[in-house]
Design a binder for this molecule. Structure first.
Ligand SMILES: [Zn+2]
Length: 449
């Protein structure tokens, strides 16, 4: 009997110790919650989403709170409080991600330094039942004023299908800046060799846009405050030249088999293949060209006017509206996005100006093509080549031979198709062959202080 009592007492005691240990482990634990601030803010703009991850493996999270203080003012963000449902097991919340939308302007904060203090507490009974706490303090900069933009360049008379250059100052280091022309963004670059706050953006008005609805300089600061401003401009309309092109059976028989061999998806009669090539492949190739023009050197690689194919005749111009006829019937329409120059057959092709080869290879309707980057978003392309004499990554000087003319792609005869692009938008090369135009529209705008 006495033995039995002894055993029972031992079991009860063991159980009590176990429960005590368990409660002690949970309720009297001394380790503070772990805290991680996801993307620590250096600057806080008009709106900042503060994300905080908190973990507490034992007693669970009791509360997460944050305050912003500036001078003697304290701005409390809505605290997150976790209910303790059963006293013996804490809040039960062991892993939590919370976020606050901080709007300093609405809180009435001022531009300048502030201290962000985030506190997390657990459900432990320690510290007079207030729990263990973890504190993180971060010095932040409240930035709610958008940058100031000052336009410095003055001449912005841009032809449709032509180029322009805008110089401007931005009062604080932007995270993004450039010029919007309708839905196209032309990135601004720190002005090469210029003052720290000077930016230049090479822009283009697409050939088929008569009057852009939106022409704005934009600067976004590190805190995300956006400034936009217009600039004086004049858009000069260029009347399109209309051309008629007869598609002959001879041309189709000569050119289409090569396209069919390269693109197995092209099926049907030579005429059907031509229609697909002229429409769909042209669109695809132009998209590819735009992609090659996405990244440009942040400096001016060119100097002086662009070199033309020597001793050549001008065969077709930029923006020409080409109506295609087959056996007297109109079958299609395309726009010519460059200038055609013809010299003798297999003439050496000079690089229009100094630059970097970004593409050298076969490019559908353009045949064998070289694309050069001249910096700040300006590119030139050389097409229908019979031979390519450079490779992607090569540096070339003005006038260096980069290939030999030919009639690859959709060319009916030996000629050079010379194209120019500004951030992937085709522009009229005529302007870049004209030293006076370059001086008046580009260099003068570049030299402003
Ligand atoms: Zn052409």
């Amino acid at each position: 009997m006495g033995k039995l009592l002894g055993y029972t007492a031992l079991i009860v005691l063991t159980a009590l110790i176990a429960v005590g240990c368990f409660l002690g482990y949970i309720l009297l634990e001394g380790s503070p919650p772990e805290m991680e601030v996801v993307s620590v803010p250096e600057t806080v703009g008009r709106e900042y989403i503060l994300t905080v991850k908190v973990k507490d493996a034992r007693s669970g999270i009791r509360s997460i709170s944050a305050v912003l203080s500036q001078d003697d003012m304290v701005f409390e963000l809505d605290p997150k409080i976790y209910e303790i449902k059963e006293w013996w097991r804490g809040s039960g919340v062991r892993d939590e991600t919370v976020f606050w939308v901080i709007k300093p302007f609405e809180l009435g904060m001022a531009e300048g330094k502030a201290l962000l203090r985030i506190t997390a507490r657990d459900s432990s009974w320690r510290n007079d039942l207030k729990g263990n706490k973890q504190i993180r303090e971060i010095e932040v900069l409240i930035d709610i004023v958008p940058p100031r933009i000052a336009v410095k360049s003055t001449v912005h008379n841009i032809r449709t299908g032509g180029t322009g250059l805008v110089s401007y100052r931005v009062s604080e280091l932007p995270s993004k800046t450039g010029v919007w022309i309708d839905e196209r963004f032309f990135p601004g670059y720190p002005k090469p060799g210029g003052a720290e706050d000077m930016y230049v953006a090479m822009v283009a008005v697409p050939f088929n846009v008569n009057k852009p609805k939106k022409m704005l300089i934009e600067a976004v600061d590190q805190a995300g405050n956006v400034a936009r401003t217009g600039f004086p401009h004049r858009i000069l309309r260029r009347p399109p030249k209309v051309d008629k092109i007869n598609v002959t059976d001879r041309f189709l028989e000569q050119k289409m088999p090569d396209f069919m061999a390269r693109y197995p998806e092209l099926k049907g009669s030579p005429l059907e293949v031509f229609l697909e090539v002229n429409r769909e492949l042209r669109r695809r190739n132009n998209q590819e060209i735009e992609n090659y023009c996405k990244e440009s050197a942040p400096e001016i690689l060119w100097h002086g006017s662009f070199v033309c194919l020597p001793n050549s005749a001008f065969k077709a111009g930029f923006g020409d509206e080409r109506h295609y006829f087959y056996k007297g019937k109109e079958i299609g329409l395309s726009y010519h996005m460059g200038s055609d120059l013809a010299s003798i057959s297999h003439a050496p092709v000079p690089a229009g100006n100094a630059g970097l080869v970004v593409f050298a290879g076969y490019l559908g309707i353009y045949g064998n093509t070289v694309i050069l980057d001249h910096g700040l978003g300006l590119f030139s392309m050389y097409s229908h080549l019979s031979e390519i004499q450079v490779s992607a990554g090569d540096k070339v000087k003005r006038g260096d031979t980069i290939g030999i003319t030919g009639m690859t792609g959709l060319a009916g005869g030996d000629h050079l198709h010379f194209g120019m692009m500004v951030h992937g938008v085709f522009v009229n090369p005529l302007e870049w062959w004209d030293q006076k135009w370059i001086q008046d529209h580009i260099l003068n705008n570049l030299s402003v202080q």
